[in-house]
Every structure is written in C-alpha cells, then in structure tokens.
Design a binder for this molecule. Sequence first.
Ligand SMILES: [Zn+2]
Ligand SMILES: [Zn+2]
Length: 119
Amino acid sequence: MSLKKEIERYSNLNGYPTTSYEELNCDCGSKEFRLYSDDDEGGAFGICVTCNSEYDIENSREYIEEALNNVCNCDSELLSLAVGKAFYPESNESRWVYVGAHCGKCGLDGVYVDWKQSA
Ligand SMILES: [Zn+2]
Ligand SMILES: [Zn+2]
C-alpha cells in the first residue's frame, strides 16, 4: 500500500475521488514534517522537521481554530505528507482536500484530515 493508494481509497469511500496527488517537499530538501490540523474547521499545516519552515496546506491555515499535532499510531510525529484533491466537474476549483501522511518509522499510511472546500 502506498500513500497515494491510501488517499485514493479513502477519497473513493468519501464519494469525491481524488484526481490530483502532490507530495510535500521542503525547500531545504527535507520530506519530514510535523502535521498540525483542525478536523472540525478543516485545515492543516506542516512544519519541516529540519528547518522549521511552515507550509500552509491549500491556504487553510486561517480556518484553523485549534491546531492538533497529529501523531502516528506508533507515537512518531515525523511524517511525510501528501495532498490529494477532488475537483468540481470540468473545473479547476477543488471540491475536497485530503491530507495524508506516511510514517517513516512504522510505515503506516493514512488520511489524517480532509475537508470540503467552500466554493
Ligand atoms: Zn525544511
Ligand atoms: Zn508510525
């Protein structure tokens, strides 16, 4: 199972399948982040483990009221992140955003937060 497959599986179950997939890479070359998200409001951001740069995922940072630090089932908080998106028919407007993470320590792939984009 890859993270891409896991996001696809999750989004299919959700009824809005992803047609785009993008991994988050920091400018410093690192691929490991701490993930913060708000499942109620719908938003997430990642902070690079190496250089502490912050990455606002799909401009959702402003919607976050209570940022939860996401950790893997194995307690590791160092995650590689990827964003999958579903779009409105014949549009570039994203409809649903899925934030997935892969744990380098135990190998678990999962969708940690997803939200509907307000049009
Ligand atoms: Zn970095
Ligand atoms: Zn893990």
